[in-house]
Design a protein around this ligand. Structure first.
Ligand SMILES: Cc1cc2nc3c(=O)[nH]c(=O)nc-3n(C[C@H](O)[C@H](O)[C@H](O)COP(=O)(O)OP(=O)(O)OC[C@H]3O[C@@H](n4cnc5c(N)ncnc54)[C@H](O)[C@@H]3O)c2cc1C
Length: 451
């Protein structure tokens, strides 16, 4: 007899697992299908956010010790000898969280099926396990959360040896002598920063005019200067054809990711995809087929784990017939975990002006922040873009070691339509990096206290 669920989720990444848990908590009989047992939790947990940030964190600790001989003495070995233990630590973190996720599935009564899912028609999937066994399962509603894979360059397929993707880079146990990183978006910049600390010669090439082209130009310009000062060679407006690949031990292609929407029968269920392979959805994450939802990297919204979770949650609530607020895509944060981090929300100064908002801008540098001084981490600033007429925050752009933590009060402020006065009128703890928010907010229309 064919098994039957209320809600069947294809893919166990942030979109899939969040959706499954919310659906189960709202009374739906739920199953999650994951084709690769080693990938339970998806890219973020196994090959992305978690192991990558573990590596950057280890490298960051090393970097602090290396650059502060007064703290540790000068007898520090080269970072390259730490590569294998750093990678082991990152794999341990991923394994730990994968076990935690299995526990959450169990706790919420969710069936986990380790198999490849393929639609047979709009209410039935065929599940094939890695050992070849197959069965069909039906469900009232489905979520497609199959994620994405690294984009390759034509004529330069990934071979896992010289031409590698982030999935390979995350597991490299030896620091390459020289590495070319193609693409200076978040993933490219993060790996460039990491391999630089680990002692590799790094060349970063970007086809656009500047690194992190989607970020505010003040942030990307300053980060470019910081990375170059640390020895990273950066080529903007660059083309890979003009580079001699023989000069490099590794070529890491970090030129974006493509949605994973082919090869598992979407056409048999009648699901449409667009010309880039993304699945079009409405504002409740419904595809063109009434009972089938899609969320995460398979839809044409920012390819971020927190975006995937939010979309997965919305899909589950909708499938369970609950009222759920639509996602405010204008308040979704970006974060880049280079040694000096960047974080942002809302419009850049350039974009705000381009769409006709009359804005004023305030900037507060961390060099006048007490916590930054005692931490020897004075690089960077908080830049606030606010509408002149209403004093409402329309965008915030942060460069600094703790940027990805500091951004959150601004996300809330932006989402709730708060003003710079709401930020500057809130007492912040001292000494903290976050207290620079007060002076940054003051400096949009008045003068800061520190600076
Ligand atoms: C190096 C790197 C660093 C990153 N860092 C960050 C970060 O710091 N912050 C951030 O927000 N985002 C980060 N991301 C992006 C983030 O990982 C993705 O946006 C997120 O994982 C997308 O989640 P998802 O649920 O859509 O899909 P995924 O996480 O890709 O999961 C999809 C799952 O579906 C499974 N699957 C696919 N097809 C089938 C099928 N037919 N049957 C069964 N199972 C199937 C796959 O095996 C996979 O496990 C990073 C990505 C990379 C590569």
């Amino acid at each position: 007899m064919t098994e039957k669920y209320d809600y069947l989720v294809i893919g166990s990444g942030p979109a899939g697992y969040t959706s499954a848990i919310i659906a189960a908590q709202n009374g739906l009989k739920t199953a999650v299908v994951e084709r690769d047992p080693e990938m339970l939790g998806g890219v973020c947990l196994n090959e992305g956010c978690i192991p990558a940030k573990s590596l950057y964190n280890s490298a960051g600790i090393f970097d602090i010790a290396l650059n502060n001989p007064g703290i540790c003495g000068s007898d520090i070995r080269s970072a390259s000898s730490c590569m294998a233990p750093f990678v082991k630590k990152s794999r341990d973190a991923a394994n730990h969280l994968r076990q935690g996720l299995s526990f959450l599935f169990k706790k919420n009564g969710i069936d986990v099926i380790l198999a490849n899912a393929e639609f047979v028609e709009a209410k039935t999937v065929k599940l094939t396990s890695s050992t070849g066994g197959a069965k069909t399962v039906s469900a009232e509603k489905f979520l497609i959360a199959a994620g994405s894979s690294p984009r390759s360059f034509s004529g330069m397929p990934f071979d896992g040896k010289k031409v590698i993707s982030s999935s390979h880079a995350i597991r490299l146990e030896k620091v390459p002598g020289n590495i070319l990183i193609v693409g200076a978006g978040a993933i490219g910049v993060e790996f460039a920063s990491f391999f630089n600390i680990m002692g590799a010669g790094v060349t970063l090439i970007e086809i656009e005019k500047r690194i992190l082209p989607a970020e505010d130009s003040d942030v990307s310009g300053r980060l470019d200067a910081i990375l170059q000062k640390r020895g990273i060679k950066i080529l903007t407006s660059g083309k890979i054809e003009n580079i001699s690949l023989g000069d490099f031990d590794k070529v890491l292609i970090a030129a974006g990711r493509v949605p994973f929407t082919e090869g598992f029968g979407l056409e048999k269920a009648g699901i449409k995809t667009d010309e880039k392979g993304f699945i079009p959805v409405d504002d409740m994450m419904r595809t063109n087929i009434k009972n089938i939802y899609a969320a995460g990297d398979v839809v044409a919204t920012p390819m971020l784990a927190h975006m995937a979770s939010a979309e997965g949650e919305l899909a589950a609530l909708s499938a369970a017939g609950k009222d759920a607020p639509k996602i405010d895509y204008s308040s979704v944060p970006n974060a880049v975990y280079s040694h000096i981090q960047t974080a942002s929300v809302g419009f850049t100064e350039e974009k705000a002006k381009a769409v006709g908002i009359d804005v004023s801008v305030g900037k507060q540098f961390f060099k006048s922040n007490g916590k930054a001084v005692v931490s020897s981490e004075t690089e960077g600033f908080i830049k606030i873009v606010a509408e002149k007429a209403t004093r409402k925050i329309v965008g915030v752009h942060i460069l600094g070691v703790n940027a990805t933590e500091i951004i959150h009060e601004f996300i809330l402020a932006k989402r709730k339509g708060l003003t710079v006065d709401d930020i500057s009128g809130t007492v912040h703890a001292h000494p903290t990096f976050s207290e620079s928010a007060v002076d940054a907010a003051r400096s949009v229309f008045e003068r800061p206290v520190h600076g």
